[in-house]
Design a protein around this ligand. Structure first.
Ligand code: GDP
Length: 299
């Protein structure tokens, strides 16, 4: 079995490539949950839903949020009724979120997601990192902001001084899943808000130290491919580069994949991680995704 640690954009792109060349029934994905919250009366687990839709071939892979060709009738009507939505949730996407919210009245998040992935005929296991509620707090020059307020309302523009997230318990199966995997793949996701929250769960780093772990850098040159990862790394004192990512992952990483663009940093990074591979990591089409998946799986 292979296990992938994921957020909701960079890693799902890679999952599109991996699932085409590796049997999905042999894949587990541990997904970040620290950004989850209730919006417009429904529980929104955006990264989990993105991973579900990626395996079900329903994902809107232009925005990496919601479902391809979705409609927004309910969203428009809510706005007209005077309930503006911070997150613009599509009609079909909302059905997934309503069902998850209903399931969670009597089930844990892990159980609810397992029911949904089976209903979508997904063979891969999709495991929320935790079943407990959590929050990300971002200290900025305009005050303390919650994650989605920072990201959507303020379009990631404020200057960031610090980021913290709630300490939560790991969900029931993730440690044994890591222990039973031949390979752990840390996808090119935001290291601060998507990956480190998983690594910092009790027992995960220790399990990773005993596993074969490979990571793909989400940073090319001195900036992320998309999103606020650079701002967050900078705020926590990390160099915004693949070297900075390597310095976060060095205690448990066996192999690190960086982009061709960063060839000149290879020697410097090899001081932290012995096995560094250079390839194209910027995934612009399905061929790029499958090629990177082949490098990761060493095919
Ligand atoms: P979020 O949950 O939506 O924040 O998404 P993730 O954490 O999964 O992904 C965001 C990260 O993915 C950003 O840091 C991007 O730099 C990275 N990313 C997005 N697309 C690519 C890509 O094609 N290649 C690489 N190497 N990184 C990518």
């Amino acid at each position: 079995m292979i296990t992938i640690l994921s957020g909701g954009t960079g890693t799902p792109k890679l999952i599109q490539g991996i699932k085409n060349i590796h049997n999905p029934s042999d894949i587990s994905v541990i997904v970040n949950t620290v950004e989850n919250d209730y919006f417009s009366g429904v529980y929104v687990a955006a990264d989990i839903d993105t991973v579900l839709y990626t395996f079900a071939d329903m994902i809107n892979d232009e925005t990496w949020y919601g479902i391809k060709n979705d409609t927004f009738t309910t969203n428009q009507q809510l706005e007209e009724l005077g309930s503006p939505e911070l997150l613009r949730i599509g009609d079909i996407d909302r059905a997934t979120k309503i069902q998850k919210t209903m399931l969670m009245e009597t089930h844990t998040l892990t159980e609810a997601v397992d029911i949904q992935r089976k209903n979508m005929a997904i063979e891969a296991k999709i495991l929320p990192m935790s079943d407990e509620p959590s929050k990300i707090a971002i200290k900025t020059d305009i005050g303390d902001l919650e994650f989605h307020d920072f990201l959507i309302k303020h379009r990631s523009l404020p200057k960031v001084y610090d980021i913290s997230y709630s300490k939560v318990k790991p969900s029931p199966h993730i440690i044994e899943t890591i222990e039973n995997s031949e390979m752990i793949i840390i996808g090119p996701s935001n290291p601060i808000t998507s990956i480190m929250p998983i690594i910092n769960l009790e027992g995960v780093e220790k399990a990773l130290k005993n596993a074969y772990v490979i990571a793909i850098s989400p940073i090319i040159g001195t900036s992320p491919v998309s999103g606020p990862a650079g701002k967050f790394m900078n705020a926590l004192g990390y160099e915004v580069s693949s070297y900075g990512v390597a310095s976060m992952y060095k205690s448990f990483l066996d192999k690190f994949i960086i982009d061709n663009f960063d060839e000149k940093s290879k020697n410097k990074i090899e001081k932290l991680i012995k096995d560094v591979t250079i390839t194209k990591t910027n995934m612009q089409n399905i061929q790029d995704k499958e090629n990177l998946a082949k490098v990761v799986l060493d095919i």
